[in-house]
Every structure is written in structure tokens, then in C-alpha cells.
Design a protein around this ligand. Sequence first.
Ligand code: SAM
Length: 302
Amino acid sequence: MRLSDIKILFQQELSELYSKSEIEELFSIFAGHLLNLNKIELRHNLEKNLSESDSKQFSEYISELKTGKPFQQILGETEFYGMKFFVNEYVLIPRPETEELLELAIGKIHLDRVREPQPDNPTTLQLSNSLVKILDIGTGSGIIPIVLKKHFPEAEVTAIDISEDALEVAKKNAEFHKTEINFLKKDYLNEVFDSVQTDNEVFDVIISNPPYIGIEENPEIEDSVKGFEPNLALFSPTSDALIFYRKIAQDCKNHLAENGFLFLEINQKLGKETLELYKNGFSEVELLKDISGNDRMIFGRK
Ligand SMILES: C[S@@+](CC[C@H](N)C(=O)[O-])C[C@H]1O[C@@H](n2cnc3c(N)ncnc32)[C@H](O)[C@@H]1O
């Protein structure tokens, strides 16, 4: 079988599920992955004869794609913030909106870090001289703490998740990227700051992309998302879609340092309601849009 035959097979077999351009993209992703070729090289190798094992592997990819399974889960990996991360059915597939959240965080922390102390701006976070403590709530595949640790190697980074299976993926990713992160299995809504060890803990940066889809939004979520990604990562556990945000606002009172930073990814439909929760107790708080113009992030400075 030649690569061009596989390309035709992709179009024939997947046309009920995907558009022509999506299939082109999927072909490039899978062929690129299996044969280690970029898009231009693929075009030049279309008439290449494939080995039997590669042909068989392509057929397996097509069978899995036909079930609607996301390509990242089929490959077992994805790219996020220019880095490779392992994923499986126990973790949310990292989204571009979370890259924007990290860009914001890295920009803010970095700016304040390199800036000289400003006598007229006493709220500047002085990250360079002391140990910086960062907490990520609901870490999933570990993308947030790993990217932050790469940018701020001197920081002490803690990441929590309720899912043991997700933490396993996060630890594998941290090991792959040679980052040391303190991963803890915790139910944020019930035990994190109630336990003895963390009771007095204060963080300089709290960051989170918690589950934020309300139960009533369930019918609007695509089957490919609901059927393959963990509901635990997507949906609020109660009818209150803001339950995590309420607890984070409450916890910031005792567990976010003075002048500390808060970064949150939010439900685009609940921008104003979410912002309202952070109106008190912060010297600065902003609701920010993502690249598509949707309310997507909250930045707060205590
Ligand atoms: C929207 S996902 C975000 C994953 C990752 N941070 C990202 O941005 O791709 C939310 C994560 O919160 C975790 N989670 C859900 N309920 C939790 C709870 N009560 N305590 C801690 N983590 C929880 C889920 O397991 C999931 O990994």
C-alpha cells in the first residue's frame, strides 16, 4: 500500500464524521506521527510504499477515529505551550484557552519579577528574592504546574487533583519534562485547606482551571467531548457552576499572600458573576477575554 492510498482511505472512511479539511489535517497528524515526516515531506512521499506494519497501524488509527475518539487520546500525546504532554481518558485534553491563561500568568509574574522595586508601586510582587510558592487547583495532566516550573525553576510548585488516575498522568509528564512538582491527591472542595498540613499554608500564586460547566449546559456539550473526556474534569459536581470559584475566593483570604496573584480560567457565560466573587479582598481584579473575544480569565492581585 502507498501513502496516497491511505490518504484516500482516510477520506472514504471518515467522511461521515469529519469535514474534508479536518480529514486532511488528521491524515497529516497521523502520517506525520507514524512516519516522522513534516507536511512538506509527506507531500513528497505520497507514492512511497508502506511496510506491512505501518499499513496495519494506519488501519487501526482509522478504526479508532471512526469511534469519535479524539486524536490526542489515540496518539496518547498532544502539544501544549510548545511542549509534548502525555494524555489519556483520565485527563482533560489541554485547550488553547489554557495556553492563554499561562501566557497571562507568565507575563505578569515575569514582569514583576524583573522590575526593580518601585517605591510608588508597593503592590509589586517581589518574586526574585524569596521562595515563591505556587498552587494549581485541579491539575489534570499537569500542564499548568509543569509550564510554570519550566519558566520559574526556583518556585516551589504544588498541584492538586481529586483523581488518582489524572495525577499518574501528571507525574509522568513532570518526569518527562524533568520538573519537580509536589503533586497531592486532594478533594479541593472538602479537604485541602481543612487539613493540618496545609492549614497555615500561604501561596504567592494561585492558579486554576477548575471544572466549570453547569449541569444545565450538558446538552450543549459535544458528544465527542462528553463521551471521551472525564466528566469529573468538565462538569461542576453540583447545580452551582461556580462552586470552585466561590471556594477559591474564600480561600484567598487566608491562603493567598499579600500582593499575591490569582489566575483563573472561567466559563465564558459566567464572566460577570465570576468577577463579582472577587470584588472584595483584592487590590486589583480584571475579567479578561480570550483570543475569540469570550470572557475567559480572571486576574487578581491581593
Ligand atoms: C477542567 S480540568 C483542568 C485540567 C488541567 N488543569 C487543564 O487545564 O487542562 C479540571 C480538573 O479538576 C479536577 N477536579 C475535579 N474535581 C476536583 C476536586 N473536588 N478537587 C480537586 N480536583 C478536582 C479534575 O479531575 C480535572 O483534572
